[in-house]
Design a binder for this molecule. Structure first.
Ligand SMILES: [Zn+2]
Length: 168
């Protein structure tokens, strides 16, 4: 478990969209010389994490809840870095905290490809939120089990219960 003392300052700054302040908080974190925070090479990436208060932007899981989850989390490039290299290192708007599961599923999928919201320059906060929403919907569609799969899961559960009964 980690305790973050700057929550209130931070959430206020995010709500008021004072992005300079959010970036300042990120820079302060990086000065703590903790081995974990040092793994962020760009304060903009950590600032992107602060915008979702260390939750996965896509499935909302709290990345600080378990050490292993934090270690495996990624900074996702909302608009994929291959296609938008200028947003790679120094755009906090394009840096999104993501659990490993969501990030791996998203891969290089570009939420801006159909019906573009981003046309150049830095990404706006509004566009960021909408593109995150599109990605969330996409991931939900990808993980929604088919009716047959739901049935399979039920069968597996039933078989596991029966196997367990025999053990006791
Ligand atoms: Zn996630």
């Amino acid at each position: 478990m980690f305790s973050i003392a700057v929550d209130e300052i931070l959430l206020g700054a995010v709500q008021r969209q004072e992005m300079d302040k959010v970036l300042d908080v990120a820079k302060r974190f990086l000065n703590w010389e903790s081995p974990y925070w040092n793994s962020f090479h760009h304060p903009e990436h950590l600032a992107g994490w602060l915008l979702t208060n260390f939750h996965c932007a896509y499935c909302k899981v709290d990345l600080l809840d378990e050490h292993i989850r934090l270690r495996r989390a990624h900074t996702d490039h909302l608009l994929p870095q291959m296609k938008y290299p200028h947003l790679r290192d120094h755009s906090m708007m394009n840096a999104v905290a993501s659990c490993d599961v969501c990030n791996i599923m998203k891969g290089n999928w570009d939420p801006n490809e159909r019906d573009p919201l981003y046309a150049g320059g830095d990404l706006s906060y509004e566009a960021r939120l909408l593109l995150i929403e599109r990605t969330k919907n996409k991931l939900q569609l990808m993980t929604r089990p088919s009716p047959n799969q739901v049935l399979d899961i039920d069968k597996v559960r039933l078989a596991a219960d029966k196997a367990r009964e025999k053990l006791y």
